[in-house]
Design a protein around this ligand. Structure first.
Ligand code: ZN
Length: 240
């Protein structure tokens, strides 16, 4: 998971959302009302989807797994638990059907005592504060309770994701030195094309983890070896 920057909702969408919430209230403001009004709100869903596609990592990838195409508008706080947030733009994220319907479903863990949300919202939290990724094995570990709960709820260590992250690690290992060589010889068009390939691949969390760990040339060299290390330092500088 990587941070997602939420775009502001345009006026036309805000009006559709307000109208949707009004209809949920009129129908009783319960879960059934939320489902019924949401189901018939084609225009609002179309506009929400357009905006979420613009925010999504790589080529419209799921904001939770970063692997599959984001096909579903996920209500981060489920409609069943918060009917009045059904049309809240801050409660909408783009998910693939597996993450939405098989993994997360209606789960929304909160701390029993404080009520604090224990699920990572990539448009609010920096996942790196709560999760650590081991690129060689493609596995996530939790650094906090919120991180551990998120691994469980989103099923972040399922086999297909672990294998995909290992594949992305190998792709980064092979392509970053190539990108770096193009930069050094002044082939900026070629470097731009290679960079785009990397940015549009699924599993952007792998690339982000690699370059964030290359904090200094010495650390990068010790961690990744001279060739990949130097490329990651250059990539990290280019992101700044
Ligand atoms: Zn997903």
């Amino acid at each position: 998971m990587i941070p997602v920057t939420r775009l502001p909702a345009p006026q036309e969408l805000l009006e559709l959302l307000t109208s949707g919430t009004d209809r949920v209230v009129k129908k009783g403001a319960d879960s059934a009302a939320a489902d019924s009004v949401w189901g018939s709100s084609r225009a609002a869903k179309r506009e929400i989807r357009v905006l979420l596609h613009l925010m999504a990592p790589a080529i419209q990838r799921c904001m939770y797994c970063l692997d599959s195409q984001g096909t579903d508008i996920d209500h981060f706080q489920p409609k069943a638990l918060a009917p009045l947030r059904t049309f809240d733009w801050l409660n909408h994220l783009l998910a693939c059907s597996f993450c939405n319907s098989n993994a997360k479903r209606e789960e929304y863990p909160c701390d029993d005592e404080t009520g604090e949300r224990l699920l990572l919202d990539p448009s609010v939290d920096d996942p790196a504060d709560h999760l650590t990724l081991l690129p060689v094995s493609g596995t996530y570990d939790g650094l906090t309770v919120k991180g551990l709960e998120s691994i469980k709820v989103f099923d972040l260590n399922r086999e297909t994701l672990r294998r995909g992250r290992v594949r992305m690690f190998r792709l980064c290992r092979d392509l970053l030195p190539l990108w770096h060589a193009k930069v050094r010889r002044g082939d900026l068009t070629g470097a731009g094309e290679t960079a785009l390939v990397l940015r549009e691949e699924p599993f952007g969390d792998v690339l982000r983890t690699l370059y964030r760990r290359a904090r200094t040339p010495t650390i990068a060299d010790l961690t990744y070896g001279p060739e990949l290390g130097a490329a990651l330092v250059e990539w990290r500088n280019a992101q700044a």
